[in-house]
Design a protein around this ligand. Structure first.
Ligand code: ZN
Length: 306
């Protein structure tokens, strides 16, 4: 039996066609798993059923195959996903966590509408309007996690050692239960990462505040398992105009690249650059992994010196 020291995951959402930015993140995660002899989980985050489409789900499987990424755990097919792996099978786990947060008084009810939030001046940072209003919890309330004033979260990031997020200023009290009754991304992902015993997480820099929020949640539950997780945040891949990529069927979608007969070469090169690896000629994902093994990009200086 192989004993895995580390376990990481890729966690796409079937809410659009995957794009180049998603693929770079997957490749970096795959390299981390391979360079540390770790295990890779495919977790598909399908809480949001409004934007869910079967073709988006299929796209995830096609994309991983095209990229040459082999995962060790997770759904092997659409049917397998529906039967065993959908987040909707774990709703009771999320509810348990939410119930605990409610009992401890860590959350409060918020009835702000989207319009209230968007016109609050601080948007997308929540201005704390409902924090002290003691609104009653009802079926349609959002639940927000109360952040102590001036809370900063610091961690040693795998790709950017000195990372600090001022959670109060950059996010504000965040939603853990949405008005539709489902957990938010912050809560769902937190519960899942613990459930699957994840030890390392690679994500884009757009999720820095999410990581901070989840580490903050972990301090409340005194979850050393979560606090021990290593995080690595890579810079976001942008389009030619410097804009964040979105999950559309546009030219940056993996689907259109596949369908026009392209190989993942440019994406592999983007991943190599994001990892600060030397400009050596590589053509395949396997060669990218070899380069990672040679240069160990995830061992940042701070960790090395410990
Ligand atoms: Zn509110």
């Amino acid at each position: 039996m192989v004993i895995y020291k580390m376990k990481t995951r890729i966690a796409p959402t079937p809410s659009g066609f995957l794009h180049v930015g998603n693929a770079v993140s997957f490749l970096i995660t795959y390299c981390l798993a391979k360079s540390e002899n770790g295990k890779l989980l495919l977790r598909i985050d399908d809480l949001d059923r409004e934007r869910f489409r079967k073709e988006y789900l299929e796209d995830i499987f096609y994309a991983l195959d095209w990229l040459g990424i082999q995962y060790d755990e997770g759904p092997s097919s659409l049917a397998d996903f529906d039967k065993y792996w959908s987040q909707h099978h774990r709703l009771s786990l999320y509810d348990l966590a939410l119930k605990s947060a409610l009992e401890q008084g860590w959350v409060y009810a918020c009835d702000c509408t989207r319009k209230d939030l968007m016109t609050s001046g601080n948007y997308p940072v929540y201005n704390g309007k409902c924090r002290d209003l003691k609104k009653s919890f009802h079926e349609k309330s959002a639940w927000r996690w109360r952040i102590k004033e001036d809370t900063s979260i610091h961690w040693v990031d795998l790709l950017n050692p000195n990372t600090t997020v001022n959670l109060s200023e950059q996010m504000g009290d965040f939603v853990v239960k949405q008005k539709n009754g489902l957990p938010s991304y912050q809560l769902g992902s937190y519960v899942d990462d613990l459930h699957f015993n994840i030890t390392h997480i690679i994500r884009g820099a757009d999720l820095l505040t999410s990581t901070a929020a989840q580490l903050y949640v972990a301090t409340h539950w005194k979850s050393t398992d979560f606090q021990r997780i290593h995080f690595g945040h890579h810079p976001l891949i942008t389009d030619k105009n410097g804009n964040k990529l979105s999950k559309s069927a546009g030219s940056e979608s993996l689907k259109s690249l596949r369908e026009t007969g392209k190989t993942p070469l440019t994406i592999i090169e983007l991943a190599r650059n994001s990892l600060g690896l030397p400009d050596e000629k590589i053509e395949t994902t396997a060669e990218l992994v070899q380069l990672c093994l040679a240069y160990k990009p995830f061992l940042n200086e701070k960790i090395r010196s410990i």
